[in-house]
Design a protein around this ligand. Structure first.
Ligand code: PAF
Length: 308
C-alpha cells in the first residue's frame, strides 16, 4: 500500500543553518529518506561505492540523486549493522572537521566502535525507525508509515541538534529527540531478536508468528533478552515488551522481515548484531541464554558463505 508522505518543512526552520546531506548506499530506507529530503527542498547526494546518478520514482514523481561531493558535512548511514564500520572508515577522510553522522540500523554494538574514530568536533547520532520501505525495480514504495527516535551520542552532536533533527524530521519523521537512545535500542533489539530469526528460519511472513505454536519459543527468547537487558542496566518489562512485539507482528503481518529476505536472497544477515549481541552480553554477565544462542548458531549455519 502507498502511504501519503507529508513533510511540512519545505525549508529549514531551525536556528542553525541547514546542513548539506549525503546518504550512504541505495537501500530502501536510505532512498526513502533521500526522496523525502529532496521533496522537502534539501538536495541530498548519494555516497556509493561506484558513484553514478540514481533515478527513481517516488510517489509517481521521477527523482534524480547525484553522487555526494566531499567534503561531507552531514551523512545518514542507513546500512546493515555489519557494514557500518567499513562505511564509516571509508567516509572518514571525506568528512568536514565538524561533520554530523547519523547511524540507523537494526541491532546493537556499533556505536561503541564508531565513537572513538571521530574527531572531537564530529558529531555522532543514532536514529531508530519503524518506517517501512520497499525498493521495486526503479521505484521506492513507502510500505509502512512509521516514526523515529533520534539521539545525539556525543557532545559534538548536541551543538547541531536543531539542524540535524529538522532534517531527520523530513527524512524519516516524525522524529522524537531523546538524550538516551539505549532504552529504545533495547526495545527494538527485543522485537528484532524474536521476529527476525523466527521468520527467517520458518520462511514466513511476520504475521505467521501470531500462531499458537510459536508462543512458547517467543516467550523463552524474550525472557532471556529481558534478563540480559536488566544486567546491562536497562529494565525491559516482559509483559509490555511482549505486547509491543505482538503489535509489530500485527502491524507488519503481511511483510517479510529483513532477515527472512536476507536468507531468501542469500545475503548475509544481521544475526550477529541482534541475537549475537544478546549472546555476547550474556557472556559478559555470566548469564545463560540457550534460546538466543541456538538462533545465532542456526542462522550462522544458514547464511554460511553469504556476502562475507
Ligand atoms: O528488520 C525488520 O524486518 C523490522 O525491523 C521488523 C520490525 C522486524 C519488521 O519486519
Amino acid at each position: 500500500m502507498l502511504l501519503p508522505d507529508t513533510c511540512p518543512v519545505a525549508s529549514n526552520t531551525s536556528a542553525q543553518p541547514a546542513l548539506s546531506w549525503s546518504i550512504v548506499g541505495h537501500g530502501a530506507i536510505g532512498l526513502l529518506a533521500a526522496s523525502r529530503l529532496q521533496l522537502a527542498g534539501y538536495k541530498p547526494g548519494l555516497w556509493l561505492r561506484q558513484p553514478a546518478p540514481v533515478n527513481i520514482q517516488f510517489q509517481q514523481q521521477p527523482l534524480q540523486f547525484l553522487p555526494a561531493v566531499p567534503p561531507l558535512s552531514a551523512v545518514l548511514v542507513p546500512v546493515k549493522s555489519y557494514a557500518v564500520l567499513e562505511a564509516v572508515t571509508t567516509l572518514l577522510p571525506h568528512l568536514t572537521s565538524d561533520a554530523q553522522l547519523v547511524l540507523s540500523h537494526n541491532g546493537m554494538g556499533n556505536i561503541e566502535q564508531v565513537l572513538p574514530l571521530l574527531a572531537p568536533q564530529q558529531g555522532l547520532w543514532f536514529l531508530t525507525t519503524t518506517h517501512g520501505a520497499l525498493k521495486q525495480a526503479q521505484s521506492i514504495l513507502h510500505t509502512g508509515l512509521g516514526q523515529s527516535v533520534l539521539a545525539p551520542l556525543n557532545r559534538a552532536a548536541q551543538a547541531h541538534s536543531g539542524a540535524v533533527s529538522a532534517a531527520m524530521d523530513c527524512a524519516l519523521g516524525p522524529v522524537a529527540l531523546t538524550e538516551d537512545i539505549q532504552p529504545f535500542l533495547w526495545q527494538k533489539l527485543a522485537i528484532n531478536a524474536v521476529i527476525n530469526p523466527l521468520t527467517a528460519l520458518h520462511n514466513c511472513h511476520n504475521g505467521e508468528l501470531a500462531q499458537p505454536q510459536y508462543q512458547q519459543h517467543i516467550s523463552a527468547i524474550l525472557h532471556e533478552v529481558c534478563q540480559v537487558a536488566a544486567a546491562a542496566g536497562y529494565a525491559l518489562h516482559y509483559e509490555v515488551t511482549l505486547e509491543r512485539i505482538h503489535a509489530v507482528i500485527q502491524s507488519t503481518a503481511a511483510n517479510f522481515s529483513s532477515m527472512q529476505q536476507d536468507i531468501v536472497h542469500q545475503r548475509r544477515t544481521e544475526i550477529e548484531a541482534i541475537n549475537g549481541y544478546i549472546v555476547a552480553q550474556a557472556a559478559r554477565f555470566k548469564l545463560a541464554v540457550p534460546h538466543n544462542a541456538q538462533l545465532l548458531h542456526l542462522l550462522l549455519q544458514l547464511q554460511q558463505g553469504y556476502g562475507r
